[in-house]
Ligand binder design. Structure first.
Ligand SMILES: [Zn+2]
Ligand SMILES: [Zn+2]
Length: 258
């Protein structure tokens, strides 16, 4: 698998990056490349187009319905519903319940077929704890995590390799389950210890991300969702104090092989 960072700024777009969004790509045995958009935070549809033609997406997977993970699904819907040259197939959007209604609330549409379009651009699939689904050869397992929501993290498996994505979460058992022996653990670190201790049940700190990675036996920790007001060296340092493996920080347009 290949993971490309389309946005990694925590909670809101920064001057340097859109909010959370990633592209997961995997080439199957026949040589077909499968392309899955993992979260679509505000601003990320711009960088998506620098990496791949949005015509070529196979599926969208959304961790939760906060704007910094979901809002640019509205841009994707416009792109696919009204493309002047291509009659694009409907693609699935795996997201928490109410995604269709929340999308319509953002766009002002009243049904899944945007006004004047020939049909829906997206097929909404509702996530639930422990739900598994496949996009071609890529297998997803969703687990509910600890964040206002519902909110989900994912274990993503293909070609004998495992990528885990935390979504947004505070420490919880399901996060450790998702990351068990993962080759790459893409994990949020929205908070830092001390400064953010008064808010519980929303985000991990670098330290709490590192503890989860260590407990899970993850091979490599990739920290993301660091907000513009946080010096990224702080969560990196926190994580390094508790996780023994290699730690990297997600950077815009970086690609990591899993
Ligand atoms: Zn977020
Ligand atoms: Zn959130």
């Amino acid at each position: 698998m290949k993971l490309t960072v389309l946005g990694c700024s925590g909670s809101f777009p920064s001057a340097d990056s859109p909010a959370s969004s990633y592209l997961v790509q995997h080439v199957d045995d026949e040589g077909r490349t499968w392309r899955i958009l993992l979260d679509a935070g505000n601003g990320s549809f711009s960088t998506l187009q620098r990496v791949v033609d949005p015509c070529d997406l196979d599926a969208v997977v959304i961790s939760h319905l906060h704007a910094d993970h979901f809002l640019d699904v509205a841009a994707l819907e416009v792109f696919r519903a009204y493309h002047p040259e291509r009659d694009l197939p409907v693609i699935p959007v795996y997201a928490p319940e109410d995604a269709a209604a929340r999308l319509n609330a953002a766009t002002g549409n009243t049904c899944t077929t945007p006004p004047g379009a020939s049909g829906p651009a997206l097929k909404h699939e509702v996530l639930a704890d422990q739900r598994t689904f496949e996009v071609g050869p890529v297998r997803f397992t969703a687990r509910e995590v600890r964040h206002p929501g519902p909110a989900f993290g994912f274990r993503i498996e293909a070609g004998g390799r495992t990528l885990t994505y935390s979504g947004d979460t505070d420490s919880c058992d399901s996060l450790v389950d998702l990351a068990r022996d993962a080759d790459l653990f893409l994990c949020e670190a929205g908070y830092i210890e001390g400064r953010d201790d008064h808010i519980e049940g929303l985000h991990l700190s670098g330290r709490r991300a590192g503890v989860a990675a260590q407990e899970a036996g993850a091979q490599h920790l990739l920290l993301t969702h660091i907000p513009a007001w946080t010096d990224p060296q702080i969560p990196m340092r926190e994580a390094s104090e508790v996780f023994e493996g290699p730690i990297s920080r997600a950077e815009l347009l970086a690609t990591v092989s899993v």
